[in-house]
Design a protein around this ligand. Sequence first.
Ligand code: GDP
Length: 298
Amino acid sequence: TRLKEGLAKTRNNIVRGIDSLFSGFSAIDDEFYEELEEILIMGDIGVNATMEIVSRLKAQIKERHIREPQECKQLLIEGIKEQMRVGENAYDFEKKQSVIMVIGVNGVGKTTSVGKLAGKLKDDGRKVLIAAADTFRAAAGDQLAEWARRADVPVVGGSEGADPASVVFDAVSAAKARGVDVLLIDTAGRLHNKKNLMEELRKMNRIVEREFPDAHRENLIVLDGTTGQNALVQAREFGEVADLTGIILTKMDGTAKGGIAVAIQSELRVPVKYIGVGETIDDLQKFDSDEFVNALFD
Ligand code: GDP
Protein backbone atom coordinates (compact mmCIF):
# COMPACT_ATOMS: atom_id res chain seq x y z
CA THR A 1 0.00 0.00 0.00
CA ARG A 2 0.99 3.66 -0.25
CA LEU A 3 1.44 3.95 3.48
CA LYS A 4 3.85 1.03 3.52
CA GLU A 5 5.80 2.50 0.60
CA GLY A 6 5.95 5.87 2.29
CA LEU A 7 7.31 4.28 5.42
CA ALA A 8 9.76 1.97 3.64
CA LYS A 9 12.87 3.18 5.44
CA THR A 10 11.33 3.08 8.87
CA ARG A 11 9.89 -0.34 8.14
CA ASN A 12 13.30 -1.61 7.11
CA ASN A 13 14.83 -0.27 10.26
CA ILE A 14 12.31 -1.78 12.65
CA VAL A 15 11.11 -4.88 10.82
CA ARG A 16 14.60 -6.24 10.30
CA GLY A 17 15.36 -6.04 14.00
CA ILE A 18 12.02 -7.50 15.02
CA ASP A 19 12.29 -10.38 12.56
CA SER A 20 15.74 -11.33 13.77
CA LEU A 21 14.56 -11.03 17.35
CA PHE A 22 11.69 -13.42 16.84
CA SER A 23 13.70 -15.88 14.77
CA GLY A 24 16.91 -15.58 16.76
CA PHE A 25 15.62 -16.25 20.25
CA SER A 26 14.22 -19.59 21.29
CA ALA A 27 13.31 -18.47 24.79
CA ILE A 28 11.90 -15.34 26.34
CA ASP A 29 14.61 -14.35 28.77
CA ASP A 30 16.27 -11.17 30.03
CA GLU A 31 18.41 -11.01 26.95
CA PHE A 32 15.33 -11.17 24.74
CA TYR A 33 13.79 -8.21 26.54
CA GLU A 34 17.03 -6.25 26.36
CA GLU A 35 17.29 -6.85 22.65
CA LEU A 36 13.65 -5.84 22.17
CA GLU A 37 14.22 -2.62 24.11
CA GLU A 38 17.22 -1.83 21.99
CA ILE A 39 15.33 -2.37 18.74
CA LEU A 40 12.47 -0.12 19.83
CA ILE A 41 14.78 2.62 21.07
CA MET A 42 16.90 2.43 17.91
CA GLY A 43 13.63 2.70 16.00
CA ASP A 44 13.09 6.09 17.68
CA ILE A 45 10.07 4.93 19.60
CA GLY A 46 11.53 6.75 22.60
CA VAL A 47 12.88 5.52 25.91
CA ASN A 48 9.76 6.17 27.97
CA ALA A 49 7.37 4.65 25.48
CA THR A 50 9.69 1.65 25.04
CA MET A 51 9.90 1.00 28.78
CA GLU A 52 6.13 1.14 29.13
CA ILE A 53 5.53 -1.10 26.12
CA VAL A 54 8.05 -3.69 27.30
CA SER A 55 6.89 -3.74 30.89
CA ARG A 56 3.27 -4.28 29.83
CA LEU A 57 4.40 -7.01 27.47
CA LYS A 58 6.35 -8.72 30.27
CA ALA A 59 3.29 -8.73 32.49
CA GLN A 60 1.12 -10.21 29.76
CA ILE A 61 3.66 -12.89 28.90
CA LYS A 62 3.86 -13.88 32.54
CA GLU A 63 0.12 -13.87 33.01
CA ARG A 64 -0.49 -15.99 29.93
CA HIS A 65 2.46 -18.32 30.54
CA ILE A 66 3.86 -17.64 27.08
CA ARG A 67 7.20 -19.31 26.39
CA GLU A 68 7.77 -19.01 22.65
CA PRO A 69 9.00 -15.66 21.31
CA GLN A 70 6.84 -16.10 18.20
CA GLU A 71 3.73 -16.18 20.34
CA CYS A 72 4.24 -12.70 21.70
CA LYS A 73 4.75 -10.85 18.44
CA GLN A 74 1.08 -9.98 18.09
CA LEU A 75 0.97 -8.92 21.73
CA LEU A 76 3.84 -6.55 21.02
CA ILE A 77 2.07 -5.02 18.04
CA GLU A 78 -1.13 -4.56 20.05
CA GLY A 79 0.93 -3.07 22.89
CA ILE A 80 2.41 -0.42 20.61
CA LYS A 81 -1.04 0.47 19.35
CA GLU A 82 -2.21 0.72 22.95
CA GLN A 83 0.71 3.01 23.75
CA MET A 84 -0.39 5.39 21.00
CA ARG A 85 -4.02 5.57 22.04
CA VAL A 86 -4.98 9.24 22.56
CA GLY A 87 -8.75 9.05 22.49
CA GLU A 88 -10.69 10.27 19.51
CA ASN A 89 -8.48 11.28 16.67
CA ALA A 90 -10.90 14.01 15.64
CA TYR A 91 -11.00 15.72 12.28
CA ASP A 92 -13.64 18.22 13.33
CA PHE A 93 -12.26 20.87 11.01
CA GLU A 94 -13.48 18.73 8.13
CA LYS A 95 -17.05 19.43 9.22
CA LYS A 96 -17.12 22.66 11.20
CA GLN A 97 -16.23 26.21 10.29
CA SER A 98 -12.63 26.27 11.45
CA VAL A 99 -9.50 28.28 11.91
CA ILE A 100 -6.33 26.23 11.78
CA MET A 101 -3.12 27.85 12.94
CA VAL A 102 -0.12 25.98 11.59
CA ILE A 103 3.00 26.38 13.67
CA GLY A 104 6.54 25.01 13.85
CA VAL A 105 10.14 26.01 13.24
CA ASN A 106 11.51 26.84 9.80
CA GLY A 107 12.43 24.04 7.47
CA VAL A 108 10.13 21.40 8.95
CA GLY A 109 7.75 21.59 5.99
CA LYS A 110 5.18 24.04 7.33
CA THR A 111 4.44 25.90 4.11
CA THR A 112 4.37 22.68 2.13
CA SER A 113 1.96 21.14 4.61
CA VAL A 114 -0.35 24.17 4.54
CA GLY A 115 -0.43 23.85 0.75
CA LYS A 116 -1.14 20.13 0.83
CA LEU A 117 -3.81 20.50 3.48
CA ALA A 118 -5.46 23.34 1.57
CA GLY A 119 -5.58 21.13 -1.53
CA LYS A 120 -7.03 18.23 0.41
CA LEU A 121 -9.77 20.27 2.07
CA LYS A 122 -10.61 21.98 -1.19
CA ASP A 123 -10.92 18.58 -2.89
CA ASP A 124 -13.33 17.60 -0.15
CA GLY A 125 -15.52 20.48 -1.26
CA ARG A 126 -14.64 22.92 1.47
CA LYS A 127 -14.18 26.65 0.94
CA VAL A 128 -10.63 27.37 2.04
CA LEU A 129 -8.69 30.58 2.64
CA ILE A 130 -4.99 30.78 3.47
CA ALA A 131 -3.47 33.54 5.61
CA ALA A 132 0.19 34.24 4.96
CA ALA A 133 1.19 35.33 8.44
CA ASP A 134 4.86 34.48 8.06
CA THR A 135 5.84 38.01 7.16
CA PHE A 136 9.33 37.61 8.58
CA ARG A 137 10.87 35.62 5.76
CA ALA A 138 11.01 37.34 2.39
CA ALA A 139 10.45 34.19 0.36
CA ALA A 140 7.74 32.71 2.56
CA GLY A 141 4.89 34.66 0.97
CA ASP A 142 5.93 33.75 -2.58
CA GLN A 143 6.33 30.10 -1.71
CA LEU A 144 2.93 30.01 -0.06
CA ALA A 145 1.33 31.80 -3.00
CA GLU A 146 2.72 29.10 -5.29
CA TRP A 147 1.21 26.36 -3.13
CA ALA A 148 -2.09 28.23 -2.99
CA ARG A 149 -2.12 28.39 -6.78
CA ARG A 150 -1.57 24.64 -6.99
CA ALA A 151 -4.33 24.03 -4.48
CA ASP A 152 -6.53 26.61 -6.24
CA VAL A 153 -7.21 28.42 -2.98
CA PRO A 154 -7.03 32.21 -2.34
CA VAL A 155 -4.47 33.80 -0.03
CA VAL A 156 -4.68 36.83 2.21
CA GLY A 157 -1.12 38.03 2.47
CA GLY A 158 0.99 40.45 4.35
CA SER A 159 3.89 42.21 2.80
CA GLU A 160 7.32 41.48 4.22
CA GLY A 161 7.71 42.98 7.65
CA ALA A 162 3.97 43.51 8.16
CA ASP A 163 2.54 42.74 11.58
CA PRO A 164 1.52 39.07 11.52
CA ALA A 165 -1.33 39.78 13.92
CA SER A 166 -2.79 42.32 11.51
CA VAL A 167 -2.60 39.75 8.71
CA VAL A 168 -4.54 37.36 10.92
CA PHE A 169 -7.07 40.07 11.70
CA ASP A 170 -7.59 40.78 8.00
CA ALA A 171 -7.78 37.10 7.16
CA VAL A 172 -10.40 36.43 9.83
CA SER A 173 -12.48 39.37 8.56
CA ALA A 174 -12.20 38.07 5.00
CA ALA A 175 -13.06 34.52 6.08
CA LYS A 176 -16.21 35.70 7.82
CA ALA A 177 -17.23 38.01 4.97
CA ARG A 178 -16.74 35.31 2.33
CA GLY A 179 -18.27 32.48 4.30
CA VAL A 180 -15.07 30.47 4.30
CA ASP A 181 -15.22 26.98 5.84
CA VAL A 182 -11.56 26.63 6.77
CA LEU A 183 -9.04 29.40 7.36
CA LEU A 184 -5.49 28.05 7.33
CA ILE A 185 -2.91 30.35 8.91
CA ASP A 186 0.74 29.86 8.00
CA THR A 187 2.87 31.36 10.77
CA ALA A 188 6.52 32.34 11.08
CA GLY A 189 8.98 29.69 12.22
CA ARG A 190 11.50 32.20 13.36
CA LEU A 191 11.52 35.78 14.58
CA HIS A 192 14.21 37.94 16.14
CA ASN A 193 14.19 35.63 19.12
CA LYS A 194 12.20 32.86 20.68
CA LYS A 195 10.36 35.08 23.14
CA ASN A 196 9.24 37.21 20.25
CA LEU A 197 8.00 34.23 18.28
CA MET A 198 6.05 32.86 21.20
CA GLU A 199 4.53 36.27 22.00
CA GLU A 200 3.44 36.60 18.40
CA LEU A 201 1.72 33.22 18.51
CA ARG A 202 -0.15 34.15 21.66
CA LYS A 203 -1.25 37.40 20.06
CA MET A 204 -2.52 35.67 16.91
CA ASN A 205 -4.41 33.11 18.96
CA ARG A 206 -6.07 35.88 20.98
CA ILE A 207 -7.19 37.66 17.82
CA VAL A 208 -8.78 34.54 16.40
CA GLU A 209 -10.48 33.84 19.71
CA ARG A 210 -11.83 37.39 19.96
CA GLU A 211 -12.78 37.97 16.31
CA PHE A 212 -14.07 34.52 15.44
CA PRO A 213 -15.43 33.07 18.69
CA ASP A 214 -17.79 30.65 16.98
CA ALA A 215 -15.15 29.00 14.85
CA HIS A 216 -13.68 25.64 15.75
CA ARG A 217 -10.01 26.27 16.48
CA GLU A 218 -6.95 24.12 15.96
CA ASN A 219 -3.26 24.59 16.54
CA LEU A 220 -1.45 22.08 14.39
CA ILE A 221 2.28 21.77 14.92
CA VAL A 222 4.43 20.63 12.02
CA LEU A 223 7.35 18.43 13.01
CA ASP A 224 10.07 17.00 10.81
CA GLY A 225 10.08 13.22 11.22
CA THR A 226 13.74 12.98 10.22
CA THR A 227 14.84 14.93 13.30
CA GLY A 228 13.85 12.17 15.71
CA GLN A 229 13.79 13.21 19.34
CA ASN A 230 14.38 16.90 18.48
CA ALA A 231 10.84 16.99 17.19
CA LEU A 232 9.62 16.18 20.69
CA VAL A 233 11.61 19.05 22.16
CA GLN A 234 10.10 21.49 19.65
CA ALA A 235 6.58 20.28 20.34
CA ARG A 236 7.06 20.79 24.09
CA GLU A 237 8.29 24.35 23.56
CA PHE A 238 5.39 25.32 21.32
CA GLY A 239 3.04 23.51 23.65
CA GLU A 240 3.90 26.04 26.32
CA VAL A 241 2.32 28.89 24.36
CA ALA A 242 -0.29 27.22 22.21
CA ASP A 243 -2.79 24.54 22.99
CA LEU A 244 -1.67 21.88 20.52
CA THR A 245 -4.59 20.00 18.99
CA GLY A 246 -2.70 17.95 16.46
CA ILE A 247 0.56 17.16 14.72
CA ILE A 248 1.61 16.99 11.10
CA LEU A 249 4.67 14.78 10.89
CA THR A 250 6.57 15.47 7.67
CA LYS A 251 9.28 13.79 5.59
CA MET A 252 8.27 10.33 6.73
CA ASP A 253 9.24 9.09 3.27
CA GLY A 254 12.88 10.02 3.72
CA THR A 255 13.54 8.64 7.16
CA ALA A 256 14.24 5.47 9.09
CA LYS A 257 13.20 7.36 12.23
CA GLY A 258 9.45 7.12 11.61
CA GLY A 259 9.03 5.34 14.94
CA ILE A 260 9.13 8.85 16.36
CA ALA A 261 5.38 8.94 15.71
CA VAL A 262 4.97 6.48 18.59
CA ALA A 263 7.15 8.54 20.94
CA ILE A 264 5.48 11.80 20.01
CA GLN A 265 1.91 10.66 20.25
CA SER A 266 2.36 8.71 23.46
CA GLU A 267 4.46 11.33 25.26
CA LEU A 268 2.61 14.45 24.20
CA ARG A 269 -0.84 12.87 24.23
CA VAL A 270 -1.53 14.89 21.08
CA PRO A 271 -2.71 13.04 17.98
CA VAL A 272 -0.64 12.94 14.84
CA LYS A 273 -3.32 13.92 12.31
CA TYR A 274 -1.35 13.77 9.09
CA ILE A 275 1.97 12.50 7.84
CA GLY A 276 3.88 13.93 4.91
CA VAL A 277 5.30 11.27 2.61
CA GLY A 278 6.67 13.32 -0.26
CA GLU A 279 6.93 16.73 -1.85
CA THR A 280 3.86 16.88 -4.06
CA ILE A 281 0.43 18.16 -3.17
CA ASP A 282 -0.99 14.65 -2.82
CA ASP A 283 1.68 13.51 -0.40
CA LEU A 284 -0.20 14.18 2.80
CA GLN A 285 -1.94 11.23 4.39
CA LYS A 286 -4.35 11.02 7.24
CA PHE A 287 -2.76 9.26 10.15
CA ASP A 288 -4.32 6.37 11.93
CA SER A 289 -2.10 4.90 14.61
CA ASP A 290 -3.41 1.33 14.28
CA GLU A 291 -2.88 1.40 10.55
CA PHE A 292 0.56 2.90 11.09
CA VAL A 293 1.68 0.18 13.50
CA ASN A 294 0.31 -2.50 11.18
CA ALA A 295 2.19 -0.97 8.27
CA LEU A 296 5.41 -0.96 10.29
CA PHE A 297 5.25 -4.55 11.41
CA ASP A 298 3.46 -6.44 8.65
P1 GDP B 1 8.95 25.50 6.17
O1 GDP B 1 10.20 26.32 6.29
O2 GDP B 1 8.65 24.81 7.44
O3 GDP B 1 7.80 26.26 5.62
O4 GDP B 1 9.33 24.30 5.18
P2 GDP B 1 8.94 24.08 3.64
O5 GDP B 1 7.50 23.84 3.50
O6 GDP B 1 9.56 25.14 2.83
O7 GDP B 1 9.67 22.69 3.38
C1 GDP B 1 11.07 22.51 3.52
C2 GDP B 1 11.52 21.40 2.58
O8 GDP B 1 10.99 20.16 3.01
C3 GDP B 1 11.06 21.60 1.14
O9 GDP B 1 12.11 21.24 0.29
C4 GDP B 1 9.90 20.60 1.01
O10 GDP B 1 9.74 20.13 -0.31
C5 GDP B 1 10.35 19.50 1.94
N1 GDP B 1 9.23 18.70 2.45
C6 GDP B 1 8.14 19.14 3.14
N2 GDP B 1 7.35 18.08 3.47
C7 GDP B 1 7.93 16.97 2.98
C8 GDP B 1 7.60 15.56 3.00
O11 GDP B 1 6.60 15.10 3.56
N3 GDP B 1 8.48 14.73 2.38
C9 GDP B 1 9.61 15.16 1.78
N4 GDP B 1 10.42 14.27 1.21
N5 GDP B 1 9.95 16.46 1.75
C10 GDP B 1 9.13 17.36 2.33
